[in-house]
Design a protein around this ligand. Structure first.
Ligand code: OGA
Ligand code: MN
Length: 305
């Protein structure tokens, strides 16, 4: 066992992990301690790590199989490693990158697929002098602090998640956006999920939801706004201020996050992300919904296509 130290950074989420060099192979005892800390704190921060793409991939694989990012436009992936999504506001091939404004509304990674990511490992390569923080919300607490009556209502509710609700997507290259939409038709997920490792329930909400099944647009918008405001209450949030070399690992099964655009956009911000593959399919394509559901959704889906 190494000298691994875990220091909480926030009440709702976040802990720093020091005394470990992520380039070295992880032994079983440390892997277990990290996993336990991850389940407890949802977001782990490993400061001062300088990993090559290959080293990041090897470390990430300790926590599950990596997504090959087939849901993403290929131009946004690392040329040699499709396990790495490159979030950059620098030009790519002389053109604006497809990820220059990624993550700008509250979301859970890959919720627009039938099998959302288990987690993600994001490594900071370059950052602006100030700003460009990322906020994470604890969705267990969000669920647990709702009234029993509201929880009961939500238990049976399903939501339509839609890639076209990514904030700022209209500012991206239209060909790339068309590709993203083709790869990711709208999907339906339950609003309450059970974490496969902790057994705890969490509220699966965010700003990439178009509405709820069997609920009118008007009702959906009010309910969604209420749930998102609740879930992202400051008390439930950990805000990370990045340093180059930070590697963050978050549990996507019980949290959501947002990347703030509050920085000088002429300064580079570059992050490499590995996504841990979801372990279970929790969603289904909206087009495969039962006919009764489909009637309810026609309005919503019409707005999508
Ligand atoms: C992500 C993401 C946040 C950031 O990589 O999934 O949302 O701060 N990024 O870049
Ligand atoms: Mn994200």
């Amino acid at each position: 066992m190494s000298t691994l130290t875990i220091t909480p950074l926030g009440f709702a989420a976040g802990a720093e992990v020091t005394g470990i060099d992520l380039r070295k192979p992880l032994d079983a005892a440390d892997r277990l301690r990290i996993n336990e800390a991850w389940l407890r704190h949802l977001v782990l921060v490993f400061p001062r790590q300088e990993l090559t793409p290959q080293e990041q991939i090897v470390f990430a694989r300790n926590f599950g199989a990596l997504d090959q990012h087939e849901s993403q436009a290929p131009q946004t992936l690392h040329a040699d490693h499709h396990e790495i999504l490159v979030l950059t506001n620098k030009l790519v091939g002389g053109k604006q990158s497809g990820t220059h404004n990624s993550g700008r509304n509250w979301h859970t990674d890959l919720s627009y697929t039938t099998c959302p990511a288990k987690g993600a490992l994001l490594h900071c390569k370059e950052k602006p002098p100030v700003g460009g923080d990322t906020m994470f919300a604890n969705l267990y607490i969000a669920y647990e602090t709702l009234s029993p009556t509201m929880r009961k209502l939500l238990e049976s509710l399903e939501a339509l998640h839609d890639v076209s609700l990514i904030r700022g997507i209209e500012q991206r290259d239209p060909a790339l956006v068309a590709d993203m939409k083709r790869r990711n038709p709208p999907v339906i997920h339950p609003v309450v999920r059970v974490h496969p490792e902790t057994g705890r329930k969490s509220l699966f909400v965010g700003q990439r939801i178009r509405g709820f099944l069997g609920v009118s647009d008007e009702e959906s918008q009010s309910l969604l706004a209420m749930l998102n405001a609740h879930a992202t209450s400051p008390e439930f949030v950990y805000r990370h201020r990045w340093s180059v070399g930070d590697l963050l690992m978050w549990d996507n099964r019980c949290s959501c996050h947002v990347a703030l655009g509050d920085f000088d956009q002429t300064k580079p911000r570059v992050m490499y992300r590995c996504s841990l593959q979801g372990q279970e399919v929790t969603g289904r394509f909206a087009t495969e919904a039962a006919a009764a559901d489909r009637d309810q959704m026609l309005q919503a889906v019409a707005a999508v296509s």
